[in-house]
Design a protein around this ligand. Structure first.
Ligand SMILES: *Cc1c(COP(=O)(O)O)cnc(C)c1O
Length: 425
């Protein structure tokens, strides 16, 4: 018997997992629409889109066919001095879709690298212009990835603690909690007035890993506007919020009065099939790197930059995403979330219930401070697994972030399981 789960326990080191305490990993043999199917034929509803990446369901036949065709045409080629159709076509299709006036696409491998590239672009943009702007600003509680640059602009936390001494200095401003937005804007303006800020990096509208913390589009707009008043670049990390998650194609679309200078994408970019990162920037940033002087070059790149299969997945996913049926699914999920949020609004067990598009977050009242290691987290995780639903609470925050193909019946099944949780809390 080739038990995947047992073989795994002898050879694999899993991400974000205390291997001594974690139970064995569930061996998945197939993905099908909203379901992950394990070795024992259990069918789990993937209600968190496998860490926020999946848009159209697992093993989507359209994407699969698109990719197999690409595999037999061109699987990979070097992306310096050479180029190819999927990379160019994806850039052509993405640019007009992105918020602001994005002019160039820089490819990399994942969300963290998309952020690394954004930080380097912003930093060197000022350096190439001898502008002497060396301050980076981020929000408290931010999560921008696990590489060192991305960790540096992320909130110092349990995740970064062993490495804190190695992270570069970043000025953190308070998260714009509803009702306390002025604190954020004032802290930002005070920093900007020193005229040394290179860039502000933000997760627009929703801080994902911090527990799906949300803030109003007006604050997003004001933060970006302030940056531009003081000559500071605004980087929108749309790695999680991109491609319809927040109800609009991009979170920044909800602040149409302003435009970010750099946008980071990954996760849903390929519909969640294969890894790919994108850092998009304006013409102004791009032009600051054009020079007879080689020192003005952006010396960054990865072996698999613009992998054709990944770019093809991006194209296939866009076909599905931009079809009217997908828009309807996104609206239906958002509508169902709104309705159930009403149903739950007076639940004593909840400290807060919040929604942004297809993301619904329930913050449990724990009495204590909560946080990632909250004990209820493990209880909830297993409670839902037993009911064949994959929900992976962030501490005391239980959230839904489903693939867009989830049906109203499947959504209701998840809501009812949550009702069941309320009954035992
Ligand atoms: C997940 C995430 C990242 C990191 O992406 P990876 O592909 O996991 O490296 C960066 N920023 C945000 C907002 C994310 O949610």
């Amino acid at each position: 018997m080739n038990n995947i789960s047992q073989r795994d326990s002898a050879v694999i080191w899993h991400p974000y997992t205390q291997m001594q305490l974690a139970p064995g990993a569930i061996g998945i043999v197939k993905g099908e629409g909203v379901f992950l199917i394990d070795e024992a034929s259990n069918r789990y509803i993937d209600a968190i889109a496998s860490w926020w990446v999946n848009l159209h369901g697992h093993s989507h036949p359209y994407i699969a066919q698109y990719l197999s065709k690409q595999l037999l045409t061109l699987e990979h080629c070097i992306f310096a001095g050479f180029t190819h159709e999927p990379a160019v076509a994806l850039a052509e299709r993405l640019l007009p879709l992105l918020p602001g006036n994005m002019a160039r696409i820089f490819y990399s491998d994942n969300g963290s690298t998309a952020v690394e590239v954004a930080l380097k672009m912003a930093w060197q943009y000022h350096d190439n212009r001898q502008a002497g702007r060396r301050r980076l600003i981020a929000l408290e509680g931010a999560y921008h990835g696990d590489t060192f640059g991305a960790m540096s602009v992320s909130g110092r936390s349990l995740f970064t603690r062993p490495f804190d001494a190695l992270l570069f200095d970043v000025s953190f401003i308070p998260f714009p909690h509803p009702g306390r937005e002025e604190d954020t804007l004032q802290a930002l303006e005070t920093l900007l007035q020193q005229e040394d800020a290179a860039a502000l990096i933000i997760e627009p509208l929703v801080q994902g890993a911090a527990g799906m913390r949300m803030y109003a589009p007006a604050v997003l707009e004001q933060m970006i506007r302030l940056c531009h008043t003081y000559g500071c670049l605004a980087i929108a990390d749309e790695v999680m919020t991109g491609f319809g998650r927040t109800g609009t194609w991009f979170a920044c679309d909800q602040a149409p009065g302003v435009a970010p200078d750099i946008v980071c994408l990954s996760k849903g970019l390929t519909g969640g099939t294969v890894p790919l990162g994108v850092t998009a920037c304006t013409q102004e940033i791009y032009e600051a790197f054009l020079s007879d002087d080689h020192r003005h070059t952006l010396y960054h790149g990865h072996s698999f930059t613009a992998n054709p299969i990944a770019c093809a997945a991006g194209l296939a996913s866009l076909d599905l995403l931009l079809a009217p049926a997908c828009r309807k699914q996104i609206d239906a999920i958002a509508g169902a979330h709104r309705a159930v949020a009403k149903r739950w609004q007076d639940r004593g067990a909840l400290r807060d219930i919040r929604q942004c598009g297809t993301i619904l977050a329930l913050e449990l009242d724990t009495g204590a401070a909560g946080g990632y290691l909250d004990q209820r987290r493990d209880f909830m995780y297993h409670f839902f697994l037993e009911r064949k639903i994959l929900l992976r609470p962030l501490g005391n925050v239980l959230y839904l972030l489903p693939p867009y193909c989830i049906t109203p019946e499947q959504l209701e099944q998840v809501y009812e399981a949550i009702d069941g949780l309320f009954a035992v809390l």
